[in-house]
Design a protein around this ligand. Structure first.
Ligand code: NAP
Ligand code: HSE
Length: 427
């Protein structure tokens, strides 16, 4: 790789790819000053080469990304297409051919990243992925470099811009879920398949990557408990507010006596906490290190330029021949995490039951909970009508197992008129 000119091949010219191309020319002088290189974009691969594209003169448009992997002039391949199969092939073939890699593809790295990291180590190549977690927030390098003097005790965060945008719009403007999602798609925050955002999978992909960086262990994505915000009812946002909370989609991981407790859940966050105040497409990560104490990072988690900013940061690092470890740990194959069985996790809970407004229903509900050792801390009952009324509880700490059993038992009784709603409350 020549130091005077660094030649780039880019796969994908969508939201992030076009932001990258824009920044490359807008910040050209700064990039030269910081790297000592001229960064030259040689080729860009897209699916549809017939569409009009906004590219600098002389940049080649290709419809086969694999051509980037075999072009001997290209030093760095930047994968911003998304998806698993083609992206994986492109990265693997590019590494085989001695290229350095940058990607924003958290789904690929979380689900199938192990073999790519191994290949990159074998080839002594960079495989950089700052843009894959929390958009513009530099959390990957922070965990990989700046916080390595710490043992990390816990981390939690709002890691999906689309989900947070939807929740914020529903909470502050009373908008519907569908209208807010359509808006997030329009603004370029959402994944090509937005179920990844709203069902919590994107947050889980990012959490898997953060767990690797924080603890050097592999928490298999397929074993992670994941719940999204698809069916969130505005009624729960309102009740949560009455108790003094906001509902946020959180990814959380915590080391408890040598076991890792992790998962993705819609969670009630006390309105006075910083995480509760993170609005719109912003993301935030809060972590606890044994030396640094509590640390909070906040910034735009999705969108064209914030994400491209992270891609450019990786590019500068490669241009400076920064031979940092890609995974953050020397071990090529990370051991599997010692996972706390999800049913043993404990939390306080928000619960809403739609019930018949009949005598004895409150007693029966409270009985079903206390039979499993779930104790009620606060309760609200709203409305009086012939039909269903909501009964809302905040509980003291209880295990997932106890709460599930209590709700199962209620299903067998006849007083529940709709499935019970249970959300964790951040302690
Ligand atoms: P996008 O807007 O859908 O753009 C995808 C681009 O890749 C398009 O230019 C598309 O070509 C091209 N492409 C897709 N499949 C291809 C193939 N098989 N061959 C050649 N080109 C192909 O996606 P995006 O939002 O920029 O996201 C890209 C990646 O960044 C994803 O991994 C995503 O998870 C990640 N990411 C996105 C954000 C964000 O805010 N959007 C933030 C962080 C990370 P056409 O233009 O011809 O369709
Ligand atoms: N769809 C993702 C989000 C993009 O909304 O957070 C950033 O990773």
């Amino acid at each position: 790789m020549s130091c005077d000119v660094l030649t780039i091949g880019l796969a994908g010219l969508g939201t992030v790819g076009s932001g990258f191309v824009h920044l490359l020319s807008e910040n050209k002088e700064e990039l030269r000053a910081r790297t000592g290189c001229d960064i030259r974009l040689k080729s860009v691969a897209v699916r549809d080469t017939t569409r009009q594209r906004n590219l600098p003169d002389g940049v080649q448009l290709l419809n086969d990304p694999m051509q980037l992997a075999t072009d001997p002039e290209i030093d760095v391949v930047i994968e911003l297409m998304g998806g698993i199969e083609t992206a994986k092939q492109l990265i693997a073939r590019s590494l085989e051919n001695g290229k350095q890699i940058i990607t924003a593809n958290k789904a690929l790295l979380a689900e199938e990243g192990a073999c790519l990291f191994r290949l990159a180590e074998e080839k002594k190549a960079a495989l950089r992925y700052e843009a894959s977690v929390a958009g513009g927030i530099p959390i990957v390098e922070t965990l990989k470099e700046s916080l390595t003097g710490n043992r990390i005790n816990s981390l939690e965060g709002i890691l999906n811009g689309t989900g947070n945008y939807i929740l914020s719009e529903m909470t502050s403007k009373g908008r519907t879920f569908d209208a807010a999602l359509a808006d997030a798609q329009e603004k370029g925050y959402a994944e090509a398949d937005p179920t990844l955002d709203i069902d919590g999978y994107d947050t889980a992909h990012k959490l898997v990557l953060l767990i690797r960086l924080a603890w050097g262990v592999d928490y298999p994505y397929t074993e992670m408990p994941i719940r999204g915000i698809r069916n969130l009812d505005r009624m729960d946002i309102e009740f949560a507010r009455e108790f003094g909370y906001r509902i946020k989609l959180l990814g959380r991981a915590k080391m408890r006596n040598g076991q890792l407790e992790a998962g993705v859940f819609p969670t009630l966050v006390n309105h006075t906490y910083l995480l509760a105040r993170v609005g719109g497409a912003f993301n935030a990560v809060r972590l606890e290190g044994n030396a640094v104490g509590s640390l909070f990072l906040h910034g735009l988690g999705a969108g064209s330029l914030p994400t491209a900013s992270a891609v450019l940061g990786d590019l500068v690092s490669i241009a400076r021949h920064n031979n940092r470890l890609n995974s953050g740990f020397y071990q090529q194959v990370l051991p599997k995490a010692n996972i706390l069985p999800p049913e043993q996790a404990c939390s306080t809970y928000y619960m809403r039951f739609m019930v018949k407004d009949d005598p004895g229903v409150l007693r029966d509900l409270a009985g079903a909970l206390s039979d499993q050792g779930v104790s009620i801390a606060q309760a609200i009952q709203k409305g009086q009508s012939e039909g269903a009324v909501p009964l809302v509880f905040m509980t003291h700490e209880a295990s997932v197992q106890a709460v599930s059993k209590a709700v199962d038992n209620m299903r067998r009784a006849d007083f529940l008129l709709a499935p019970a709603i249970c959300y964790r409350v951040m302690g």
